[in-house]
Design a protein. Structure first.
Lengths: 339, 263
């Protein structure tokens, strides 16, 4: 049968209607440019703080910037996967505290490499519980992981009797896992890049978008949405644990009160500033990384200038609200483009 | 008033699908009370019936979502017992549901290959180039106008989305295609595009189609035969050439009047 354009005139008028759809053009631009714009914000902030204080871009300060950044950025990369699924993990900051403790306890009887794996597996199990509670028991993830947040917070103190422990050190393994300068940020870059590929270039990533974008439709098409969600809960929790181990080995101490709500909220903020919507279906790992960089630059730069932490919080609040407003605006533009 | 279904000779090899005496109950409610339905190869069968007649239950039974309480299904003349949608799919039974199962945030080509993505073997990475090529080819073959296959599906019109969902089913080797009210909530032009698409599939003769519809005139435009589902059974089965919109309307209205007078 010859190539016959079915309803050719219809299609033409359709595309004519959608191509000048200014709304969709702008939203596409904003979405695509989100990573670029947050990058330019980071550059602008760096230029500003450098001009205000020449110590800002000293190698010593860049190192402390990187140490400010990497753990939060790793956690943020995991959170993005969950946020795209339309879920959240409030307990990931406690997993950050729990993994080094589990590692420490295992290290008393096992060799360190195994102890590290125990720490990571322990957090993966935490993620599994979060995922099962959310997907199969149908507890909203906000509540399920809030429960896990308090539970783990208590467990972390009980397991350590409330006292910081000395982290293992002095071996090649502890050096490459946070001990050596720059090792943390190196891991962070590798993880961010891997997660970016996982999200954008694999079936897992595509199904993650599908699960968050249209859960019913995705499962009708045969996507195993439950598996995707549980897997991303485990991934997020394990990445939180890995970030915690890197920090513990860098600092040399395992603090029962490390992490918690603070690092989790920073990671969520970074993801949101980087362009991930909490409603699910959209998000970027690179954006979350750049969001973390911006937060770190602001925090570090302001403290160099002697600006108080309270001022920083005010600015952070404004940044989040601005980013969210932009998300909502872009979202409504997209919906109008859809109609 | 309702006519008994015509007993067509069981030339099974020519039948894509046959359902005999399908019964489906939900507790005390009998949704299907002995449905007899057959679909010839290459045929477009129109299935109409008012809300609550059991249309969606029937579709979900044919696609393996529900298991019937009684009755037997045949695919290509072979008796089958469907246990899942996935199993129905392996037999070539594909359904385009009203929600289309498309992901607005994903591109046309990612939707086209959703859950059967091509990868760069042996690496688990997506082969986007190949998926784009094939999608472009499918869409050209279907003769549908889509501005760009990189477009997010959420930006397309209802008709274009429907066309993509149909294309996805057809190119996943569907032999039997169930279209659940594809023209619902669609403008006249968009509807015409989908009707043309169905006509084209019919002319190519590769798939047999059951078109569930509300609007009788659409049925008469593309269907070879029309079945009316009333109170959980097929009460009317005629070639469209021997039937008319008026006759069907009369049947449905008579049923309504009868129901009202008997309480």
């Amino acid at each position: 049968m010859a190539k016959q354009a079915v309803g050719g005139d219809v299609g033409a008028s359709e595309s004519a209607r959608s191509s000048p759809g200014l709304g969709s053009r702008i939203s596409e631009l904003l979405l695509r440019q989100r990573e670029a714009s947050i990058f330019f914000v980071a550059i602008a902030l760096a230029v500003y703080f450098q001009s205000a204080n020449s110590a800002f871009l000293s190698s010593g300060n860049i190192r402390s910037l990187s140490e400010f950044t990497y753990a939060t950025a790793i956690i943020s990369a995991g959170l993005v996967m969950l946020l795209i699924c339309g879920e959240i993990d409030l307990s990931v900051g406690q997993a950050y505290g729990f993994a080094p403790i589990a590692m420490y306890l295992a290290d008393q009887t096992l060799v360190l490499p195994v102890a590290i794996i125990v720490g990571l597996l322990a957090t993966a199990v935490i993620g599994l519980i979060n995922g099962v509670a959310t997907v199969y028991l149908r507890v909203p993830s906000f509540i399920a992981t809030l429960g896990m947040f308090f539970f783990l917070g208590g467990v972390n103190v009980i397991l350590t009797d409330g006292f910081p422990k000395t982290a293992p050190s002095g071996s090649f393994l502890t050096e490459i896992l946070g001990g050596a300068d720059w090792s943390g940020i190196a891991w962070c870059l590798v993880i961010v890049l891997s997660m970016h590929i996982l999200l954008n270039r694999t079936r897992w990533g595509l199904h993650t978008f599908a699960t968050g974008g249209n859960p019913v439709g995705a499962s009708e098409a045969g996507v195993r949405t439950a598996k995707i969600k549980v897997g991303n809960f485990m991934l997020c929790s394990a990445l939180g644990g890995f970030a915690g181990i890197l920090d513990a080995l860098r600092i040399g101490s395992i603090d029962p009160l490390a992490g918690g709500a603070n690092i989790m909220f920073f990671a969520v903020s970074a993801a949101v500033i980087g362009g991930t919507a909490l409603a699910g279906g959209t998000g970027t790992v690179i954006g979350a990384f750049l969001g973390t960089v911006v937060l770190s630059i602001m925090q570090n730069g302001f403290s160099l200038q002697g600006v108080s932490a309270y001022t920083f919080n005010v600015i952070l609040g404004i940044a989040i609200l601005t980013a969210m407003t932009l998300n909502v605006y872009v979202g409504s533009l997209r919906r109008s483009g859809k109609a | 008033m309702a006519q008994a279904p015509q007993d067509n000779s069981k030339s099974e090899a020519l039948e894509a699908l046959r359902a005999e005496g399908i019964v489906k109950r939900f507790g005390a409610l009998t949704a299907l009370s002995g449905v007899d339905l057959h679909l010839r190869k290459g045929e477009v069968l129109g299935l109409i019936g008012d809300n609550g007649a059991g249309k969606s239950t029937l579709i979900k039974t044919i696609t393996g979502f529900h298991r019937p309480d009684a009755g037997q299904m045949y695919v290509d003349g072979e008796p089958v017992t469907l246990r899942s949608v996935a199993q129905a799919r392996t037999l070539g039974i594909e359904t385009v549901f009203q929600d289309l199962a498309l992901i607005s945030e994903l591109s046309v080509y990612h939707n086209m290959f959703l859950n059967s993505e091509l990868t760069l073997k042996p690496f688990p990475l997506l082969n986007n180039r190949k998926m784009k090529e094939r999608t472009k080819q499918y869409i050209d073959d279907m003769g549908v106008n889509i501005p760009s296959i990189d477009t997010q599906v959420g930006r397309l019109s209802g008709g274009q989305r429907q066309a993509i969902a149909v294309a996805r089913s057809v190119y996943s080797n569907a032999k039997i295609l169930l279209l659940d009210e594809p023209l619902a909530a669609m403008g006249a032009k968009e509807g015409a595009m989908i009707l043309d698409l169905i006509q084209k599939l019919k002319n190519e003769g590769q798939v047999s189609i059951i078109l569930i519809a509300h609007n009788y005139s659409h049925v008469f435009e593309v269907c070879d035969r029309v079945n009316l589902l009333q109170h959980g059974r097929i009460s009317y089965d005629k070639p469209t050439s021997e039937s008319s919109v008026e006759e069907l309307t009369e049947l449905v209205v008579a049923e309504y009047r009868k129901a009202r007078t008997t309480g």
